[in-house]
Write a protein that binds this ligand. Structure first.
Ligand SMILES: [Zn+2]
Length: 399
């Protein structure tokens, strides 16, 4: 008779105060308490000497050369065994219930990341719990399962694991009779401001470009146009409302230098853009912010890009202001709204990083197209009633 014929063990989570009809898949946020019950139902009389409940977080990555699995969190709940029957003899057809609870913490234990790092900022990022990532059974938005655009090479999974234990005779050790797991979705708060070091990475960003503007007929140069892109403000994913639109703005400065006395000032012909998510992965660890690597055939080696639907704007004519004899300036403020898709906030772990970039393509008659690329930070709002950040509260100066 197998152990499954002798015993059923179920894990159930208490529905939180924020769950509703539509959010059958609750996101557990920083500071949330995950409360649940383990129900033990023996199908015959059986001796059980212990129960263990863990809240486990793990990540997996696969590359051509192999795969790696890493546990970054393993929190144990001490089950109240005073509810055990006398002599630990669990009776057939009875139900035994044991409560447990865990808190979604704001930080991982220091032993979760001990490798060498290029800067304390990297360590700080790696010691924040990452969001659930790449597991279609727990990804969702507004109660619907949605693609979270993780490449198949990366998974970040949180589980509640229950072990049923039996004493090993003539030793003080216990063996595991049965293990049960339940996956859950964790969406930790991510800070609004990205660490500067992480934003100034060399991931082929381009914030400024200048091109000559040529006369459409004679092709003679008329002036020099410079477009400067200000990295957009961070996008904030709302705490518990999956339906509100997430917006930000992009600022651009344009400069036109010409020696012509009565110049015809450049105007925009088209303005297109798109958001690109990049997921980096490794089977060792990222000691710095990862950068894109390609193989001999120019294929991505350590990353995967996802392009979100492009958008375009029809721009009103530019309002140029003369600032000197030869120089004209103007500014553009472009609103940006995220498509209603399942965006995972920016995060970094030892094995996986998810970052975003905004790519813009601007065409001006007479000039080569301007292609600009800026880093974009997407963060997840913090519940103001949740405990303050450990890192913010005690400072963080680990090397
Ligand atoms: Zn690390």
């Amino acid at each position: 008779m197998s152990i499954n014929d002798m015993l059923s063990v179920d894990i159930s989570l208490r529905k939180g105060e924020y769950s509703s009809e539509e959010s059958y898949l609750v996101s557990h946020l920083t500071g949330d308490k995950i409360e649940g019950l383990v129900t033990v139902r023996p199908h015959c009389d059986i001796r059980i000497d212990g129960l263990e409940v863990f809240f486990i977080g793990e990540e997996r990555t696969t590359v051509q050369m192999g795969k790696v699995h890493r546990q970054f969190q393993n929190i144990k709940y001490d089950v109240d065994e005073s509810g055990f029957p006398p002599m630990n003899k669990f009776k057939s057809k009875q139900r035994y219930r044991f409560k447990f609870d865990f808190e979604v913490r704001d930080h991982l234990p220091p032993e979760a990341c001990t490798h060498a790092v290029a800067s304390p900022v990297v360590r700080q990022a790696h010691l924040r719990p990452p969001p659930s990532f790449g597991d279609p059974t727990v990804s969702g938005l507004g109660g619907k399962l949605r693609d979270d655009y993780a490449p198949p090479t990366c998974r970040i999974v949180y589980t509640i694991q229950v072990n049923v234990l039996r004493n090993i005779p003539i030793s003080d050790k216990k063996s595991v009779l049965m293990t049960r797991t339940l996956k859950l979705r964790v969406k930790p708060a991510i800070d609004a401001t990205p660490p500067l070091d992480l934003m100034s990475s060399p991931n082929d960003y381009c914030l400024e470009q200048d091109h000559a503007v040529l006369d459409s007929r004679s092709k003679a140069p008329m002036g020099q146009l410079t477009v400067i892109l200000d990295p957009p403000k961070s996008f904030c994913l709302p705490l518990r409302d999956p339906h509100s639109l997430v917006s930000s703005t992009v600022n651009m400065a344009l400069r036109y230098e010409t020696s012509e006395a009565h110049p015809e000032l450049p105007q925009l012909q088209s303005f297109r853009g798109q958001l690109v998510a990049t997921t980096f992965y490794t089977v060792t660890h990222h000691d710095d912010l990862p950068t894109k690597k390609k193989d001999f055939f120019n294929r991505p080696k350590n990353y995967s890009d996802t392009q979100f639907p492009p958008f375009s704007y029809s721009m009103a004519s530019l309002d140029w202001v003369q600032v000197s004899h030869t120089m004209y300036e103007t500014a553009l403020l472009v609103p940006l709204t995220l498509p209603r898709l399942n965006f995972i906030p920016t995060f970094h772990t030892c094995l996986v990083s998810r970052i975003y970039a905004l790519e813009l393509r601007i065409t001006v008659p007479g000039a080569a197209p301007f292609t600009l690329k800026a880093p974009v930070h997407i963060y997840a709002e913090r519940d103001p009633s949740a405990l303050p950040s450990y890192i913010a509260a005690v400072g963080f100066d680990s090397p």
